[in-house]
Design a protein around this ligand. Sequence first.
Ligand code: ADP
Ligand code: MG
Length: 220
Amino acid sequence: MKYLSIDQFRNALICAADDIIASEPELTEIDSIIGDGDHGTTMKSGFTVLKTMLESSGYESMFDLLRSTGVQLLRVMGGASGVIFGTLFIGGHEAVRDKTEMDADCFIDFFDMSCEAIMKRGKARPGDKTMLDALYPAIEAMKGRRKTSGDMRDIMDAAAEGAKAGAQNSADMLPKVGRSKNFRERGIGYPDPGAVSVSIIFGSMAEYLHNICLLYTSPS
Ligand code: ADP
Ligand code: MG
């Protein structure tokens, strides 16, 4: 699978939205321990509105799809995490301008640029116990996998694995930015809620790609 079409990317985002919505209790629980407890409900409201938007609109370019996704999250979620998760889908817009398909290089460039934009806006770095601790390793894992494969399923699998491992590793980190810095020691042993969200997003997009490939190859 060399390319993702706009519809496939949109459906992958809908799957991610379903999983974020379903994970609200888990995200609330972790943010209640290390933060102020609102991450689950904030993500759920953002991704519920996003899902409705994705299901009811058509998109002419990847730029249009991703920018609309980011703007919707920014608008509905608000606050620091609205900016962070909005930027996840807006920050890389230069990489997808005029594209109607997404290949491995474009996909990696997109999230690489988004990650840079998040660091610039939020002034956090990998290691500070934020969502960057899932996003950055996801990008590194994709770059590593790209050396041997350009298949979108392999690239997405690498992103999902990198993000999952990164979120798990964030449990050992001490928070340095955001509100959870007020709960420093209490956070040790628990992953960063935003990192868990990133891991869920990449995990469900990877699963979606495997499912459509099964559909294509199953006998009719
Ligand atoms: P709030 O921090 O306003 O309570 P949420 O609880 O919804 O918002 O989101 C918290 C998550 O946002 C954190 O777990 C972290 O991953 C992410 N986050 C917060 N500040 C930053 C930042 N400066 N850079 C990157 N991610 C951040
Ligand atoms: Mg919070």
